[in-house]
Structures are given as C-alpha cells and as structure tokens.
Design a protein. Structure first.
Lengths: 459, 459, 459, 459
C-alpha cells in the first residue's frame, strides 16, 4: 500500500526504537546498576552459582565499566538501556562468564533495585540542599532579631511581627519536608532484588544479606508487588511537590515584600535582572523562576500517577515512564534550592521601610486585649475596639490619637495606662507563648531549629 | 446603571453569601470544634482568664450544643460557618460569658485545630477500613493455598504463580498505604491552637498541656506557619491517591481475571449488575466504580495543591477550599473500601479455569534454570531455551512434548531428568526464596501479614 | 467467618447500593432526560413502533413527571438513577405501554444524550454569566478613561497605562473563553441517541430528524464511539479551567491593587469581610474565594481525565464519574461569575493613589524612544537611558530633574525639548497603535468589545 | 559568613545562570524568531524607522544566522536565550544597525510571537501525523469488512460488531482531535507583535500588515493581555491530552484484543519485544509505551496550568516555564503517532479467534427485538429473554439450542421463524441505522471518513 511505503516504515522503525529505548535518559543510573550487580555477583557466589574466580572477574569487569562511565570514555553501541549497555560491555571485557551474572535476575527486579538505589542517594542530596536553605533562614533570622514589620493576613496589614518570626515560619515548613523525605527514604530502602520477573527466584539467594550489602534494611515481601511497585517514586514526587508549594509561597512573599509599596527587603543584584526595553527595571526573576518550577514538579507527580492508574499488576512497559519525571524533578530541586539559599543569604532588610509600614490600627487587638485583661468578655471588647477604629478613621487620626475621654465613652474600663498599648515593641513582646512572635520566643525557635539541623547532619 | 439593577444585585449578594459561607459543608466539624473549645476553656481557666464557674458553664453549654448536633435538633440561623454557629448557640445558652471563650483565639488557629482533630479521627477510620480489606485478602489467600494460575507481565502469560501469592501482592501495597497514613497522622497531630490570628497569643496559655488534652503530642513551633499550614491535608489526599491507584490496579486485575477468556474468579452477584438492554450480561460494576473513583481522589489532590500554589503566607480565604476535597475523599474511601472488602470476600476462584490457562511455555524459564544448574551461563541457557520454544511452536506441540533428542541437539547438557521440569507445582515450589511464590513462602507471608494487622489493631 | 458477619455485610450492601446509585446527583438531569424521551417517543411513533395513542399517552405521562420534578412533588422510590426513576414513574402513570419507550434504546446512549442536552443549556448559562462580567468590565472601562496608573511587569513598575486598558485586558481573555465555549457547545451538540448499547439500533429510527428535534445539528457517526465519548465533558472542564485561571489572575491583580501600598481601587463593602480577632481589618474575601475556586475546577478536569485514561472502549461503569465533576464545575461558575461581575461593578478607583504611584523612572523607555526618533539605534538609546536612570538614582533625584547638560553629556542628541518627555498623559497617548494604551485606542477597544457582546447576545 | 563562602556562591551563581537561561531549550525557536524579525524589519522600514539599506542589511544578516542554525554551524557565546543569541550574532554580522531592529519591540511581545509561529507549524505536523493514523484505520477497516467479533461493554461480551466498526470508532475520536487542533490553531494565529513590553508600541507600525506577513489573520486586541496570554499553549496541551486519552483507550483495547484469551489480532513483530528472563514471551511494548505517554502529556497540561494559576497580569518570568512542557508534548506526539500508525498497519486479524469468541448469548437482545417486532413492549421482552438466558445456562446449552416449546412457554409470540435470529451476520446487518455496525453503514462511515481526510489534506 502506497501509504506504508518503505521510507515511511523506516521512519516508524526508527521512532519505535526511540520510543522503546531508554539509554538516553537511564544511563545516569549506571553507578546504581553497577553497584547492584556487584552485590548480586557476591550473592550468587555465596550460593556457589559463581566460582570465586568468576565472581572476582565479574566484579573487576564491572569496576572497569564504572570507570569508563565516570571518565566519559564509555562507548555506546546502540544499547537499549543502561542494563544491556553494562551487560554488553561486561561481556566484552570478561567473556561468557558475564552471562552468569543474570542467573535468576530479571530486568524487572534489576531496574526496580537500580531506581531505588539512585533515589536513596538523591534524597540525601535534596535533604542537604534543603538544609542549606534552612541554615540561610536561621542565619538571617538570627542577624535581625530587632526588626518589626507588619504581619499580613489576606494580604492586609494585621498585627506587627518580627521579620525573624516570618523567616522562621518558612524554616518549619521546610522541616516538615525534611521529615517527609525521611519517610520516603525509609520506604525506598526496601530491596526488590531476588524477585525475578514476577514470581521470585528459584536460587537460594540470601536476600536479606544482599539488601544489607546495598544499604537497604529491608527486603520486599512479595515478588509480584516488588516488580510493579513505584509508590516510592510517587512519594518522592509528592514530597517534592510540597517543597515546590512552600517555595512558591516564599517566592510570592518575597516578590511582594521587595516590590513597590513595601520594599522591606532588597534582593542581591545577581538574583534580579534588567529589562530589554525598560532600563530602570530590576525584576525579581530568580523568585519568579523558582515559583514557576512548582508547576513542573506538580506536573511530574500527576504524570506518574496517571501512568499508574488502571495498570494491571506486575511489570508493564508503561512503567518506563517513571524515570524522566523523577530525574527532572530531582534536577529541578538541585537547581532551585541552592539558588533559593543564595537569595535568602542576599536579602538586605530595610528597617525604615518596615517601620514606616506599621500602622497604629494594627494594635487594635491589643486594645481589645487591654479590656479583656480588665474583665470585659472578648467579644464585647472586640466590638468596642471596632467602634474606636471607626471613630479614628472618621476623624482622620490614628488610633493612638484618640483622647482618653473618647475611649472612656465607649468603655469605662479605659484608664490613662491605655496609652502604653500603642507601642509596637510591646505588642510583639506580649506574644510570648511558644510559637509566638516575641523576641525571646523567636530566640527559642532559632535554638530549636539549630538543634534540628545538627541532628539532621549527624543522621 | 441598568445592567446592575436591584434584582440582579440581590442575586449577587445571595451568591456572595453562598460563596463565603461554609456552614453547609463544615458543619460536620461540630464535634471537633466543640472538643477544641472545651479544651480551650480549660486552658483559659488555668490561666485565670475564666473563673471556675464560667468555665463550667461554658463546658456545659458546649455539651448541650454537641447534644443538639448529635440529635439533629440544632437550629440553624443563617450561620456563616460552624464556628459562628457554635458560638452563637453557646451565647444563647450561657449568655455573654460565652464571649470570653474567644479570648486570644482567632478563627485562623481554631479552624486549623478543628480540621486536624477531625482528620486524626478520620485517618483512624480509613485505616480500619483498609485493615478490613487486608484481612479479606489474607482470608482468601489462606483458604486457597493450593491454587496455581498463570502469572502475567505485560498482560502476557509469564510464569505460574499461586493465586494466594497474587492476593498477598495486593496486601503489601495496602500495607505501605497504612504506613503512609501513620506518618500523615503523626504530622496531623500537631496543635496550632494558641497561634492567634498569625502572631501568637498574648495570654499565658500552656499550649503543650492544651495539645495533650486534645490528644496531640506536639505543638506548632511558629504561629505564622501554623495558621497557613495545610500540608497535612495535602498529605492525606496524596496517601488517599495512592490507595486509589492500588485499588485501580486491583480492580483492573479482577475485571480481567473474572472476564471472558479467563474466568479465574467469579464475583459475588451483589457486586455485579445486569444490563438494561442485554439480558445475558453480568457486569463487574463494583470494580469499575471503584476504579473510577481514583480520578476523583487524584482530582482532589491536584485541586488542593493548585489552591496552595503561589498563595502568600499566613491565612488567606482561599484556604476555605481545603475542606470539601478532604471531606469528599474521606467519604469516597469510606464507601469504597468496605465494598472492596466485600468483593474480595465474595470471590469464588475456579481451579479448572486457572489450570486450563496454564501453558507449558510458561516453564521456559525453568528449562533455562535446569541448564544453569548444570553450569551453563544464564544468557546462553536463555538463548537455547528460546530456540526450543520456537521449535515447539513450529511443530505445533507443547514444550514438554519435545523429544529428548531435540533438547540434546540444542544442548548436550539435557538428560532424561529434564522431563521433571514440566510440572507447575514443582515450578511454583522452586521459588522459595523470601517473597517468592512457593507455598511455604506464601504461608510465611501470610503469617507476617497477620502479625502486621494484629500489631496495627493494638496500636 | 466472624469478620464477615451479617451486620457488616449489610453495611457493605448499603454502601454498594450507594456506590452504584446515581440518583442523588443525576436527578438534576430530569428535564434533559424527559426531553430526550419525548423526542424518542416521537421517533418511535414515526417508524410505527408506537401507535399515535401510545405515543401521546407516553408524552403526556412524561410531561406529568416533569411537572412533578418541577414542583418538587416527585416521590422517590429507591431509584437507581434518573432514567429508572422516570421510567418507573411513567409506568405507574401510563402502564405497560411505558415499556415500549425503551425499544432499541439503551441506558448507554440515553445517558450520553441526557448529559449533552444538559450541558448545551448549561454552556448557555455560563456564557451569559461571563458576558455579564465582560459587560461590567466595559462599563467600568468606559467610565474611567482618564485614569492613568502604573503598569507592572514582574510586579515592578514598568510604564504608565490607562486603568481602562488594564480592565479591557481582562475582557479579551474572557472573550477567548467565550469562543472556546462556542466550540465546545458545537461539539456537544452531536446526538448519540440511536446508538443502542454499543452496536447501533436495529429499528429504522430517523436519527437526523431526532437530533434536530433535540436541537442538535449533527448525529454521532459511530455507535461504539458514541457511547464512550466524554470528550465534550473534558472540553467543558478545560474551558472552565481556563476561565478559572483568568479569574485567578484578575483576583490576584485586584487583591494587590486594592491592598496596602497601592489602594488604587476600593472593593464594595459587601465583597469584603471583617476579622474575628482584628477589628480594623477589611479583607478581600470575595477575591480570595474566587481565586481558590481555580483549584477545584482544575481538580475536576484532572479527575475526569484520570477516569478516562486507559479505559477500554464503549461503555464502562467508570464513566459514571463524569457527572459530579461536571455539575460541580457548572455550579462553581454559576456562583463565582455573578459575584465577580458584582465585584467589578463595585470597584471605586482612587485617582490620587494611582497618580501618586507614578514615577518618572517609568518614562525611561520614552526617553530612549526620544533618541530613537532622532536616529540613535534602540540598543544604544537603551544603554544611554540606563546610565541616566542610574545617575538620577545616585543623586537622589527623579529622572526629569536631571539637568540638560547631564543628558547631553550622555548623548549630544538631547535638546531642550527633551523636557516634554516627562508627562504621563503624553506617554500614554503615544501608544496609539492598535492594542496600545492610548485613550483613543482604548475607546476603539471598547467599541469593538461592545460589538462582540452584542453579536453574542444575538447568537 | 562561613556557610556562604566563595565556592558555594560560585556554584549558586552558576545555577542561577542555568535557572535563568533558556537557550538550551528555546534555541529550537530560531526559525520562528528569525522569521518574526524579518517581518518586523519590514514593518519598521515601512514606517521609515529603518532605511531600505538598513532593512536589507538586517534581513540578509538574519538569513545568514538562519543558515548557520540550519547547518549546525551557529557558534554559541553563553547566550541567555534564542533572542539574545540571534541579536548578538546579527550585530556581529551587520554592526550597530542591528540595534535598530529592536525599536519598539520588547522581548515580551517577541517571545509570544515566536512561540505562536512555532506552534502553528507544529500543529500542522501533529495534524498530519494524526491523519496518517486515521488513514491506517480506514485502510484496515476497508480491508476487513467481513469480520465479525464480539463487542464488549464493561469488558463483557455484549453484542456482535464488525471489526471494521471498532476500527472506525477510533477514527472518529481522532477526528474530534483534529477539530480541536483546528480551533487551537485559529486562536494561536493571533499576532502579539507590536504590543511592546506591556503598553503597546509608540511607533506607527501597521500591525495588521505585519500579522498578515507572518501568516496570522488577526492581531491581539490589547497589549497587556497579549504579553501574558498563554491560553494557546494550554489549549494545545489539552488537545494533546485528549489525543493521549484516545491513544490510551486504543492501546488498552489492542493489548486485550491481542492478548491471551482473545488473540483477535496479532501485532507486527517489530512492535513487540521479548523478555530477558522468559524466552517464550512476545510483549506488546509499543502499546504499553504509548499508553504510558498519556501521563506525561497530562502532566505537562497540569504543570502549565499550575504555573499560570494566581499569576498577576502582563509578563512574569514564571512564563518561561511555558516552553519545555510544550516542546516535550510536541516531541512525544511526533514519536508516538507514527508508531501508532505503524502498529495499526501491522495488525493481522484472526477471523477464527473472533468467530470462536462469539457466543449465542450475545444475540439475546435480538431475541428481545423479535418480540418487540411482534408487539411486546420492550421491557417485557427484555424480561422474557432474561428468563430464557437463565434457562439455557441452567441446562448447559446455548441460547439457540432451546427448543421452540420452551420459548413458547415464556411467550406465545414465538414461532418457528425465531430460529433465524441465531445468526451473527444477520444480527450485525440489522444495525443499519446511521452509525450502526451493519456492513453497509460501515461502508458509509468509511466513505465519509475518506472525505474528511481529503478535505483536511486540501485545507
């Protein structure tokens, strides 16, 4: 049929090969693949399926392959994926004995093992990069414990808070991310090797010892589950998505805080760029870029879950779509987190701008609290204060300028000492319950945060 | 302006109220809200902000409100949300003293507390329902340890496996879900109460004691973070999404296994339905319905993450969109999981159909393993076996019907004992390494699974 | 087995019924269902499968059922879905002849028809609500053609623009949404009735006439496709998602424009709310709420696409999950769009705040253009202007305060007439190419927009 | 500060550059960028802003740059993006006059124009590849008009259908995709050039002529909208997502149809692969791979919509995240669609397997229709037939083996001619209303489909 002539078919065959092959993206698993094979050779040797000499020869050969990858001298040969590439090269080096390495092992359990080994290491990198961001937040918070700025809810001025308190609020969100990564790492460190294609291995491999050799404390309990389980990938992508959400919130805050109308902080010049048309611009590109990356990460999560939806059990080739979203997400975090640490380190706060944005109306709650302390039920106190805020507005004066008799007309409880309310330092210092914005509380938060990071470094 | 005439504006105002109000869906938080308020009254009383009498009166009033909700006798009054509804009714019951309950508390920390309390309980329900599904899997697996069926990869027959092994592969996926729910519950049980609107409370509340009173082992470390953190909701929706993915896989397997061409299992009649047009049909509606629910749950996760993306810190009203996806997901699981347990309990396996679908070609790997056991490198053995499979195909006979001389023509290693390979029981029994499909291994899996469930019940 | 005792099973059976039944949400299809049945009765009558009397009796009966739904007097009887409910009631009214209505019709083609009929009408409602938002934008833009405010890119001040120009930028985004809804409506108006369960109808129904009777210009070309096609639902959810994205952008803009540091506009009080703890607050809740709804709509889209992914062809019960996301999205738009129209109508711009935020540096591009007009290549002009902006910054003066000799030191091209550049009205008026911010161009935009709406109203 | 020492900062600066720069992925826009610049030079020349010589020199220079890209000889120089790369190289070639090309143009309107030009061309490619898939479906359908196979609903045998009817059901889904791509292309072909950074151009560019020169029939009506509008990207990603959904359905169908228990079709060997462990396997990898790609495309859509959510108006750097999901999706379709066409072309149907799977119970509806033709209301006929199906099942015979007296015991209407019902050809031929499965209808479908493709080719 003319439509399906030769040249078209050639193009299709090329595309089919491209669709099927994964070497172009899974070659980065080489170290994990070789590590897994080295351990597996040892396990085969323990059962007598390899002689000591065969085992040593295979291990030496694998080391050479690793070396070639490390040095960039590995020669491709149209390999389908990283596993066949390593096996092909190993055979070239050690001869047919290489064929024994695959005894009782399937690509299904091999690829699952490789991906887990790779991810365990990658989670470590993400956690370290995230810790650097957290350390930058602590540094900045410690260095500016005296700065008071407006706190906002609904993007409207609400109550005064310490700049450091805001910085630490970001720290704790990232700390939850660290915990989720811990949990994810624990569930990733479960070894599927020895599950065969789907039904287990008929050879007396000591799977627990093999797992331990690979740094994994547990083995997968069921071979059919082991070859299809990609929960650990999804869980990492979700943890990354929440990191992305937290980054997007921080970026949004900083874009607004550094922007016109606030200018509470200035970003390091290296994190802003100019305009091709408007010479006066300094744009917070770094923050917009990291905010935008949230979409990419969430897209990767949705993509993987969509792949998994409705798939029958055990291995199906659809699962080949697990790697690129995972790699892309890890790369994205590896790019974004250090930049974010740099941005935070570069922030220069402007005490004047912060102070200038404070407004006496932000102490209205403190005014209500004054009444509460003198026995007025809070709801009534809230009501009275509302009246006073409106009175001040109507008269075009600030809340602290209302004369005492006006206050007393609303509530007889007011006394001359009410004037002391209108002091932002005092307002901040009053919030001294744990987690509040008082300087002493912030200091405790920082101390606790330091401990978290130190414990994490040790772990 | 004519376009914005009065009646149109009325409609808009109604819709604005509807958009703003959440009582229609957050009323189900009533027990959590009241529980939080009872504890908070105690905390205020400890600091002297409430007298013992006021405290008791408030607690008695709250108990009455709870009773009214429990009995369905609570009278709505156009309340904006559950918090104002409870406060309004409490005021009706105990008078202005009710106003003291809100001392130092904001709706921002209150709603975060309520939602966490509600979710902690809900996670318990999901875990219990999931455990029932797991128990059904164990029951079924224990009862049919002798059944061998084809195991598939790529939906193609691969190797024989125990029906029980397949059942247990589902168990372990759900067990990972249980672990994720544990982790999520731990992170949900962090008490934000005492964070005020955003900056903390100025009153000397003992937050740790208050949290303990509410069954939460930890308090939130930063007030600005506490009022905006919805990570726990996202984490639950993600855990639910993976449950959904696992359910979709199980449903897909069962739809195919019970369908034409296999008929390995029959579903209980109550889980199938007939056709309005085709009287002979028995459709696996229950399984299709639960598979379809995966979309709904994943949609809820994406919806919430989209809400959170790019939101500035602390409370923004967008966060009101956290509840409906959460409630819907919890309701979905509460409907789906028991049905799934019922479906599993109702499965009647057909030994004849399973046996009939077994094919000697599924023992090709065992044929290769025979050679491996006799010293042939696996890759070579795989190659030889491939030849034999094709030979058998060409001659229109099954693999076991190939005469010994044909085997020996491919490899001199073959001997008369090769005939023993062609035995499905033997093939299954050989996979006796942990996690494999051998009956003894399956028994160990089941024993281990029992222990997991028992430990979980105790916890 | 104790675990599966009677009471538990009862609960499961109840839940199975709840899972399976759709009457609680698909009852709102009643008018569409009845309309479809009336037309179908006519089609059967045309072929002689119903006598004229039977046909009339069925149509009268259906009208009565419709009436009962309209009046809220319809009595449920544990009906599985709207189709069985209508059929059951019709049978009660007209007797066994009702059974003839289902000749050659399956629930598969019936439900697809109903959903399309419902959606066609619903799209009309969305388009009308969206047109009201667009009309509000035009009204507001027409009323304030003299207001100049800073235009921002990257949330940094860039160039002066007309407030009206910004308003109209929102108009056009919604106009694209209108076009997408047109396209979606066209593809929804394809009639699947007469496709049977999957293979078509054996009765000589005139499908084209039947479609026309139902207001649909086309019939589905393939019965297997017709009963599984839910593209129209996905397409509506996507169109709604982009509406949501546009709303989220408008809300973000207005939250920032009405917030501290700008106060360019004030929202009508009915669209803001106060704080339970901070009496001075006016929060833009309406805008935050509509912004948050974006997540919900996007979640619905993802949910449906996930349901469809990997589903085999023709009808599968998973498709029952098409309705709730569709209904929820339509309801969301029906609530959100009128509120948005109200918000826009309520906006009161503050000329002083806008003018106060204009900054001479925003005319730097005009300064560069001055040089370009005098033959300097733009890149060089941009460079020179960049220098001047920095000079002014260093000296703490505004760009227009730089003396002529300083300008001339950078470029000899500058002359005394350069002073005329520093005029915001002039800068705005210069952008007079189509689509630019000049007042005359804005007037043309408004005229064109009026025409669009009028044409839409007529259609 | 020790933490932020020099080497760390260098790494951050490198990553910031990597984060910010887009040349590595946007270089593929070179042809679009140069095409846009050539047209823009012409437009500037028309207004007198470029002399004829300058214009010609710029155009010649741009042609040279294009040539260098085409030939792969373009030398990078650490360029930020494709626009600066082209501008830098052009300046090297033609000197400072190159700087005049950017008069009144901003990167904001330039990048939007480039992306639209690129996408318009890309949509053409997708449409052509999709047409090849459709042509393959038609070819296959035409060649096998006599094959009857079971039609399934709920994956259960339902009614006999033509294999060709099933093939054509896929055709029409793809045809809707073609229409959506048409609509998307129309909305993409709107020219934003002349919008400047956000406020329009102050130079008297004839935007309509410029758009026409670029093959775009319309110009963007508002400059602020023009620089932020990415609806066209989202719309393409949605159209691609539905293509993905349709592909996933086709793949699911074919995996099941070619799998064990059916074997209705065989895939070309080049579209299947073997197993590393199980020599007898032929796995439908091509179909699993294309099914898996659905996740990737949907992920791209969700990613982009997440980027857009909550973004303020005009240009924000987050928008740089629009390109990679778009490029990846286009590349995915360019790989997947030709493979799919190849797979379809390679399908070899097995008439015996299809016939063998037909079951007399699939004619139960025809039995009911027999009664309807003789005046029995359908619901009653359905009921009677249901009884007969059960009777046959109980007696272990097929439906056609029920003796006439048994039929008549259920309904006196049955006569000897009822035996004629049990004929699959007859059953298929009866569905002759438009869109039904009768051979003549299928032929009409095919003819109509041919016309669609021809019309599309002409357009």
């Amino acid at each position: 049929m003319s439509l399906w002539g030769g040249r078209f078919q050639d193009k299709i065959d090329d595309l089919m090969k491209q669709l099927n092959d994964s070497f172009r993206f899974d070659r980065r698993l080489y170290a994990a693949d070789i590590r897994g094979s080295v351990a597996y050779a040892g396990a085969l040797s323990d059962t007598g399926l390899l002689t000591d000499e065969e085992c040593q020869s295979i291990i030496d050969g694998l080391e050479q392959v690793r070396q070639e990858f490390n040095e960039g001298s590995f020669q491709e040969a149209n390999d389908e994926d990283i596993h066949t590439a390593v096996e092909r090269r190993l055979t070239e080096i050690v001869g047919p004995a290489a064929g024994k390495l695959h005894t009782g092992r399937s690509r299904n359990d091999q690829v699952a093992t490789d991906l887990r080994l790779w991810l365990i290491e990658q989670i470590g990198i993400v956690q370290s990069d995230l810790a650097a961001v957290q350390a930058a937040l602590i540094d900045k918070a410690e260095g500016h414990l005296d700065l008071i700025m407006p706190g906002y809810t609904h993007l409207q001025p609400a109550q005064p808070v310490l700049f450091s308190h805001w910085l630490m609020s970001v720290f704790w969100a990232f700390d939850r991310d660290q915990e989720r990564l811990d949990d994810c790492k624990r569930r990733t460190a479960v070894c599927p090797l020895g599950s065969g294609a789907l039904s287990g291995t008929p050879f007396p491999i000591d799977r627990t010892a093999l797992a331990a050799e690979l740094g994994m404390p547990a083995i997968s309990p069921n071979s059919m589950d082991a070859v299809s389980d990609r929960d650990f990938v999804a869980e990492f992508l979700f943890a990354a998505s929440l990191i992305g959400i937290h980054i997007s919130r921080l970026a949004e805050d900083l874009i607004i805080m550094s922007g016109p109308g606030r200018r509470f902080v200035t970003l390091g010049e290296q994190y802003t760029t100019g305009s091709s048309l408007m010479p006066q611009k300094r744009n917070p590109d770094s923050l917009e870029l990291v905010r935008g990356k949230t979409g990419r990460i969430l897209g990767a999560l949705v993509g993987l879950l969509t792949v998994l939806k409705g798939l029958p059990s055990t291995y199906n080739k659809d699962l080949q779509e697990d790697k690129e979203p995972l790699f892309d997400t890890a790369d994205t975090l590896a790019m974004v987190l250090p930049v974010l640490a740099g941005v935070i380190g570069s922030l220069v706060p402007s005490p004047d701008a912060m102070r200038g944005a404070l407004d006496m109306a932000m102490l209205a709650t403190d005014l209500a609290d004054y009444l509460v302390d003198r026995g007025v039920p809070f709801r009534e106190a809230h009501h009275i204060t509302g009246h006073l805020v409106r009175r001040a507005e109507e008269q075009g004066i600030t809340l602290d300028q209302l004369p005492l008799d006006v206050l007393q007309a609303e509530s007889a409880v007011f006394d001359a000492d009410a004037a002391a309310i209108f002091d932002f330092e005092r307002a901040v210092s009053r919030r001294a319950a744990p987690g509040g914005t008082a300087p002493e509380t912030a200091r405790e938060q920082i101390a606790q945060a330091h401990k978290c990071l130190v414990a994490r470094n040790r772990a």
